[in-house]
Structures are given as structure tokens and as C-alpha cells.
Design a binder for this molecule. Structure first.
Ligand SMILES: CC(C)(COP(=O)(O)OP(=O)(O)OC[C@H]1O[C@@H](n2cnc3c(N)ncnc32)[C@H](O)[C@@H]1OP(=O)(O)O)[C@@H](O)C(=O)NCCC(=O)NCCS
Length: 176
């Protein structure tokens, strides 16, 4: 059974590898090699993930199975875009599951854990950005009651891409 827990500093190396692998698996087919390389160089390395794990404004959750990391999520408590109406917003900045575990209930478990963490931190709204051409992720977020409230630009390397901004209250009456 996978174990879901907060990341420790010793996870930084494996987390960097997982983050790059899942990002490439998801977006490599639809982006240039140059943009992918730029993005990965700037966002994934042991020092960068170490900094994120130690950042008091970020919560990193990892999922471990048979000694390997298979999924992760990161929550960030920065100010939200204006279209997110919240007193205490919490962003799900990243939520990635290795493809072998898609459709097996792990992502919903990770999402429930993110929502519980956001509630524990006193957030009232959870928001996220998702690429407009990522239908599986959009369907997944809709299943959890997120709805679109706006958009913003996500620079992938040199390519300014349109992300939908989706939001939901931290606490709702029913969720899967
Ligand atoms: C997004 C992600 C976390 C969702 O996890 P998952 O295990 O795939 O999610 P689920 O299977 O529970 O839900 C996905 C839903 O999308 C549906 N779906 C799958 N492919 C789809 C498509 N091309 N178009 C629309 N819906 C789709 C599934 O049928 C499912 O809905 P259902 O439960 O009603 O049948 C996972 O796919 C993932 O890690 N993807 C790669 C990384 C990524 O895109 N992260 C999000 C970045 S914002």
C-alpha cells in the first residue's frame, strides 16, 4: 500500500527526479525539446526541491510505494490571482502521479490529503492553474468540485501557455 506523508529533506533528490519524469511524461509530446529542457533545468534539481521542502510557505506531500516515490503534491500560500475570491487562499501548485498509478484511486487520495492540509492551515479557498489542453487533469479537478474562474499565462520555457484557473471552497458538503 502506498504511504502518503509530508516530504523530508532526504526526499529532495528522488522528488526532483519524480517531478521531472512526470512533467516530461505529461507534456513532452506537446512541447518542443528546447522548452522542456529549459523548464526542467529551471525547476527540477536536488537543490531546488530541497529549498521547496524547507520553504515555510510550501507544503510538499509525497507518496511512497516499495521504497520509491510515485506521486507528489505541493501546496503554496502565496497571494492568489484577483479572480480567486478568498480571504486565505491556498494554491495546489503541483499534483503529479506516475502514469502506472493513474485511475487507481491514488490521485483522489492525494487530493483529499491536500484539501485536509489546506483546511488544517486555515485556508478558505483552494485554487490551481491547469493547462487548457490537459483534459484529464481538468476532468479530475471538476470531479472534486473545482470550477473555472479565470486564466493566466504559464511560461513553459519560451512558450507562454494559457492555464485555466480553477477554484473550490476548502470545505464542501460532498466530495468523492
Ligand atoms: C491529473 C491526475 C493527477 C489525475 O489522476 P488520475 O488517477 O488520472 O485521476 P482519475 O482517474 O481519478 O480522474 C480522471 C478523470 O478524467 C477522466 N479522463 C481521462 N482521460 C480524459 C480525457 N482525455 N478527457 C476528459 N476526461 C478524461 C477519467 O475518466 C476520470 O474521470 P472518472 O473518474 O469520472 O472516470 C493524473 O492523471 C496525473 O498525474 N496526470 C499527469 C500530471 C498532471 O497532469 N497533473 C496536473 C497538472 S495541473
Amino acid at each position: 500500500m502506498p504511504i502518503l506523508r509530508k516530504a523530508m529533506l532526504s526526499d529532495a533528490g528522488p522528488l526532483a527526479a519524480l517531478a521531472e519524469r512526470t512533467f516530461r511524461d505529461t507534456f513532452e509530446a506537446t512541447n518542443t525539446a528546447e522548452d522542456m529542457a529549459l523548464h526542467c533545468r529551471d525547476h527540477y534539481s536536488e537543490p531546488i526541491q530541497s529549498q521547496e521542502i524547507l520553504d515555510p510557505g510550501v507544503t510538499t506531500l509525497v507518496c511512497e510505494h516499495d521504497g520509491a516515490l510515485i506521486a507528489f503534491a505541493q501546496l503554496r500560500r502565496d497571494p492568489a490571482p484577483l479572480c480567486v475570491r478568498a480571504t486565505r487562499p491556498c494554491e495546489i501548485q503541483r499534483l503529479y502521479v506516475t502514469s502506472a498509478w493513474h485511475g487507481k484511486g491514488l490521485a483522489p487520495e492525494l487530493m483529499r490529503r491536500c484539501l485536509a492540509q489546506a483546511e488544517e492551515e486555515g485556508a478558505d479557498q483552494v485554487w490551481l492553474g491547469v493547462w487548457e489542453h490537459n483534459p484529464r487533469a481538468i476532468a479530475f479537478y471538476r470531479k472534486f468540485g473545482f470550477s473555472e474562474v479565470g486564466d493566466h499565462i504559464f511560461p513553459l520555457g519560451t512558450d507562454p501557455q494559457r492555464d485555466l484557473i480553477m477554484v473550490r471552497p476548502v470545505v464542501v458538503r460532498s466530495q468523492p
